[in-house]
Design a protein around this ligand. Structure first.
Ligand code: PGA
Length: 279
């Protein structure tokens, strides 16, 4: 990267930190962005659990609900929600960056689209950690998803170590610029998921998350001043039925990506109701 771009980004980061600190007391009015509640079931549930969950769950108005089951359950889940008019989108937890070919065990974006998926989680921290997905791969996957008509849900977030070193904004800037290379930001959903909050029961506070979401939006403004305001930025990391309300009350938090609490239909229903109400 050339020096002048580096200097510009540094300045942008500084300005955004100052701006987001002061914006907490002066929240802008709601911008009418789409609100999302997304279930990331990870490697949980079988076919019976899935169908029971979908039968019981009611989506509600004013909120986009996306359920992301393990890959073999995508098609039966899609058939069920379609047949029963559930108003639920089905999303994948991963996609391969290549069009097709000799990639044993992988799934093509065109196939996900073919079976009725509309969304795809990309760059979840568990994939960054366990299968070494990096910003370049995240960018390739997002491009491939878009090419085949899937909406990428791009996950970003700092580790505990990075938070303690005060490099959260730098890490997020790198992740966003890497993921969005040559991509129109208005076509993507972002999920800010601090790694230290995932599956730990220790979520970010709503104020903390709002400040970071404001920062993320300012980086998106740098990439696309016209469209940054339209991008939905979700929070993820130990969201549950008790804290969802606080996240929903923040102006730059446009929904949640839920792991553990999305496995029980009762808690996921309550979280969804919070965002449906606010719409
Ligand atoms: P969690 O997971 O809600 O269990 O913290 C969130 C995620 O990994 O997307």
């Amino acid at each position: 990267m050339d020096q002048s771009i580096k200097a510009y980004i540094k300045q942008l980061v500084q300005e955004a930190i100052e701006q987001s600190a002061s914006s907490l007391n002066n929240l802008p009015p709601s911008t009418g962005r789409k609100q999302y509640v997304i279930a990331n079931w990870k490697m949980n549930k079988n076919i019976q659990d899935t169908l029971e969950f979908l039968q019981e769950f009611k989506a509600g108005n004013g909120v986009e609900v996306v359920v992301c089951p393990p890959a073999p359950l995508l098609y039966p889940a899609k058939l069920y929600v379609q047949e029963h008019n559930k108003g639920i989108h089905i999303g994948a937890q991963n996609v391969h960056q290549e069009e097709k070919g000799a990639y044993t065990g992988e799934t093509a974006a065109s196939l996900l689209k073919d079976i009725g998926c509309s969304h795809c989680i990309i760059g979840h921290s568990e994939r960054r950690q366990y299968v070494q997905e990096d910003d370049v791969t995240v960018n390739q996957k997002a491009k491939q998803a878009l090419k085949r008509g899937l909406t990428p849900i791009v996950c970003i977030g700092e580790t505990l170590e990075q938070k303690q070193q005060n490099v959260t904004e730098k890490v997020l800037t790198r992740q966003i610029l890497g993921a969005m290379d040559d991509i129109d930001v208005s076509q993507v959903i972002f999920a800010y998921e601090p790694v230290w909050a995932i599956g730990t029961g220790e979520s970010a506070t709503a104020e903390e998350a709002q400040r970071i979401h404001g920062f993320i939006r300012s980086v998106l403004e740098y990439l696309d001043a016209q469209n940054a305001e339209k991008v939905s930025i979700l929070y993820g990391g130990s969201v549950n039925e008790n804290n969802a309300n606080e996240f929903a009350s923040m102006s730059d938090i446009d929904g949640v990506l839920v792991g553990g609490a999305s496995l029980q239909v009762d808690s996921f229903q309550k979280i969804t109701a919070v965002f449906a109400k606010g719409a």
